[in-house]
Design a protein around this ligand. Structure first.
Ligand code: HXC
Length: 510
């Protein structure tokens, strides 16, 4: 028996070596961990159970019959993150450049099916040269099987993609369908066609990094949600993200122990909004003071800074934050901000995560570029996402809530559950000056008269009470009490149930 066990161990040992020492060294020299080392960082110690370690490809052309490596370039299985189950695949660049063969795809599909069946997140660590060139259409078919499963799993289980090396061609479309994409700075890139093809077709000269590096995708394209300096930091951040998420759409949000009391008072919030209405302030300060222990996991932080999105906890329970940021573009809604927030809201709604919205918005950003870019359609995404979301929704208006943006930003009218305003709130069709200039166009030549009209309009509308008188605002609250009031509101909404009309699916303006 011992002999048999030894033989098994030898086989395992061989499989664990992947493409061999030389290629492992090359991987390390690029500053990258191997597929197995990454899993060890991502999962709790000794929690990983590997499947399909002995699977090999079935290709025979191009000398492939002589190069058969157990595992076939991807390590798959399940393990735990802080005790909670996740399924993982980790592409092994040391084996045929992590390229995807028919059997490599089958291994990924197997754990995708299990993740959906057993209700656990799927985490993909991508490091691959794309479709296995020697296999042709068998590899392409394999990709499509993965894509199809990504779509079926969407909204059923959280799917997280981590880009830790090349991810090119059609291969990018699996991560693109998943809920979150994290990248590693300098060592990962994603693009549909690489620099050489770009040069041939459009004569543009661009590096891998410029075309598809982490900086491009977190700042310009918004394809990636976050990027970190190296493999270890990135994987630890994925662990942190998973801690905020339910395991599936049928699971409740996780609740973590906290020593932070829900009724913590924050006197400094009373002076957060400056006296001068046009002066910006950092909305992130309110987010941090609302959050348990000041922890905010911000997503897409380098993109559309005029809106903040991310997770906090209140009373230990995950909450999605959407907040206008007056520091950037005065907190206006534009195309990018609308898309960013809409997608985040839809994730929260799919996975039962309550949404707290912090509002200080002067309106939609005016301009030809915005109109030509389709702000009508993109702004509608945000409106649509809020209106369709049935999770608990709590809204705080800190200052401006003007025009259509008032309606869009989780107003009572589109079914937010609890709407509070600070005494500094101004809820109106537009700012007082703009309003007076339209209403009293004939008096435009007379500055004093217009100033008087502006002051009158301000007195009438630049406050939360007109809305509160109609019940559109449930209460006007002291800024210092915001955390306590939000926590109590969320508590009342824990068992919220809201039916939706029978339909196949909605038709969000894409
Ligand atoms: C088979 C591959 C491979 C692939 C790399 N390798 N990509 N083997 N199929 N797609 C192998 C190499 O032969 C090499 O083997 C090892 O992986 C490492 O590759 P290197 O080129 O030495 O590494 P590096 O210099 O780091 O360059 C990495 C790379 C490059 C940029 C990814 O390998 C590359 O350009 N590969 C081809 C990428 C590509 O065009 N893929 C198809 C895209 S189309 P040895 O034995 O020397 O270690 C696609 C369609 C998907 O993916 C469609 C879905 C719908």
């Amino acid at each position: 028996m011992q002999k048999i066990i030894n033989a098994l161990n030898d086989r395992r040992q061989g499989a664990r070596l992947g493409g061999g020492e030389r290629r492992i060294d090359a991987q390390h020299q690029k500053g990258k961990l191997t597929a197995r080392e990454r899993i060890a960082v991502l999962l709790d110690p000794d929690s990983f159970e590997e499947y399909d370690m002995f699977v090999t490809h079935r290709a025979r052309d191009f000398g492939m019959a002589e190069t058969v490596i157990p595992g076939d370039g991807v390590v798959t299985g399940w393990g735990t993150i802080n005790g909670r189950m996740v399924y993982v695949f980790s592409q092994d660049f040391t084996v045929f450049g992590g390229s995807l063969s028919e059997t490599h795809a089958q291994k990924i599909c197997k754990i995708m099916d299990l993740a959906v069946q057993n209700g656990a997140p799927l985490i993909g660590l991508n490091d691959s040269g794309g479709a296995r060139i020697q296999e042709g259409v068998a590899a392409l078919g394999g990709y499509a099987e993965v894509f199809w499963r990504n779509v079926q799993a969407s909204g059923a289980i959280p799917q997280i993609s981590v880009i830790m090396g090349p991810c090119a061609g059609g291969a990018v479309y699996s991560p693109a369908i998943t809920d979150f994409i994290y990248m590693v700075k300098d060592t990962s890139y994603m693009y549909v066609t690489g620099p050489d093809v770009v040069k041939t077709v459009t004569s543009e000269i661009v590096t891998h990094e410029e075309l598809g590096g982490a900086s491009t995708h977190t700042r310009i394209s918004s394809v990636a949600d976050a990027a970190y300096d190296n493999d270890i930091e990135t994987l630890l951040e994925v662990r942190r993200l998973v801690d905020f998420l339910p395991l599936s759409a049928l699971d409740k949000v996780p609740v973590l122990d906290t020593n932070d009391t829900a009724d913590r008072i924050e006197p400094s919030l009373d002076t957060l909004v400056p006296d001068l209405a046009t002066r910006p302030y950092d909305m992130r300060e309110l987010v941090l003071k609302l959050a348990d222990e000041g922890e905010f996991l911000e997503l897409q932080k380098d993109y559309a800074g005029n809106i903040l999105t991310g997770f906090i906890r209140i009373e230990g329970s995950s909450v999605g934050i959407v907040a206008n940021q007056p520091l950037v573009l005065a907190g206006c809604l534009d195309i990018n901000a609308s898309k960013k927030a809409a997608r985040f809201i839809r994730f929260c709604d799919a996975f039962n995560i309550p949404i707290v919205t912090l509002v200080d918005v002067p309106g939609f950003l005016p301009g030809v570029a915005q109109e030509y870019g389709g702000i009508i359609k993109h702004g509608a995404k945000l409106l649509f996402a809020y209106a369709e979301a049935t999770v608990p929704k709590v809204t705080i208006i800190t200052r401006k809530a003007y025009g259509g943006a008032y309606d869009v930003m989780a107003s009572k009218h589109i079914r937010a559950d609890v709407n509070y305003a600070w005494p500094t709130a101004e809820i109106a069709v537009m700012g007082a000056k703009g309003a007076s200039e339209i209403l009293y166009r004939a008096e435009l030549g007379d500055r004093d008269k217009i100033a008087q009209r502006t002051a009158d309009y301000e007195n009438r509308f630049a406050n939360p009470f007109v809305a509160a008188e109609r019940g559109f605002i449930d209460d006007v609250i002291a800024p210092r009490e915001t955390r306590r009031r939000v926590a109590r509101a969320l508590r009342t909404l824990r068992n919220k149930r809201q039916a939706i009309p029978a339909k196949k699916h909605d038709n969000i303006p894409l």
